[in-house]
Design a protein around this ligand. Structure first.
Ligand code: HPA
Length: 234
């Protein structure tokens, strides 16, 4: 057990897929894994371990935002000896060059967050993906003929804000989209020498207010889930 995860040592696989939403973790476990066991449900943040094509995989949620993924990814890496975390999430596009349902493989996260600096003394506004998971995802996407665009994204603490327009840090690093977690995941992995990647599905286009509807979400997320699972067994 760790402070926020009640699984026993050995009940979490070396590779973890991490959506934000606990119910998405449940959906993935129920629909894509076999021999599934619920290994933690502390605070309603579900972790399931099962098999995908014979390989042990854990899928469990990060919750929303930098503080939450900061906690869960740190405990997975340090208390459960996890080697690789692949975040699978949604993002808002800053540009109409991206379309709803597009898949992004995050190269760097740019953020105004002080998390990396105050937690680990990591300076700077930009943190890259860590280790080889990003490359494995790129190769897997090519082999599956899935288009996953390698790009920089903005990790923000803010979902609702008064000013429209692209925040300065996102502009500076040419971030095509915004989400709320990758920066902390990459910071933890960098500090600990672990592997971390983030795959995102575009769920909304900020300038036009287009959105994937609630009932489209399941279908929308399927290619991302398949890409993450196929990458996780490489
Ligand atoms: N902002 C932050 N995170 C998001 C968004 C957004 O517009 N859409 C999906 N995740």
């Amino acid at each position: 057990m760790s402070v926020h995860i009640s699984a026993k040592k050995g009940e979490i696989a070396k590779v973890v897929l991490q959506p934000g939403d606990p119910l998405r973790a449940k959906y993935i476990a129920e629909n894509f894994l076999t021999d599934v066991k619920l290994v933690s449900q502390t605070r309603g943040i579900f972790y399931f371990t099962g098999l995908y094509k014979g390989k042990e995989i854990t899928v469990g949620a990060s919750g929303m935002g930098v503080p939450s993924i900061g906690i869960y990814s740190y405990e997975l890496f340090t208390e459960y000896d996890v080697d690789t975390i692949i975040r699978i999430g949604t993002c808002g596009a800053y540009t109409t060059d991206l379309k709803l349902f597009d898949l992004l493989n995050v190269e760097n996260s740019a953020s105004e967050s002080t998390y990396a600096q105050f937690a680990w003394g990591i300076e700077g506004e930009l943190i890259p993906h860590q280790g080889n998971a990003f490359e494995v995802i790129n190769e897997t996407a090519s082999s599956l003929s899935i288009n996953a665009k390698a790009t920089n994204i903005h990790t923000s603490d803010i979902f609702y804000r008064k000013d429209a327009g692209i925040p300065a840090v996102a502009e500076k690093y040419n971030c095509l989209a915004v989400e709320m977690e990758a920066f902390a995941l990459f910071a933890n992995a960098k500090h600990l020498g672990k592997n971390a990647a983030t795959i995102l599905t575009v769920s909304d286009i900020i300038p036009t207010h287009e959105q994937i509807s609630a009932d489209e979400r399941e279908r929308a997320l399927k290619p991302m889930i398949e890409l993450a699972l196929e990458s996780a067994i490489k």
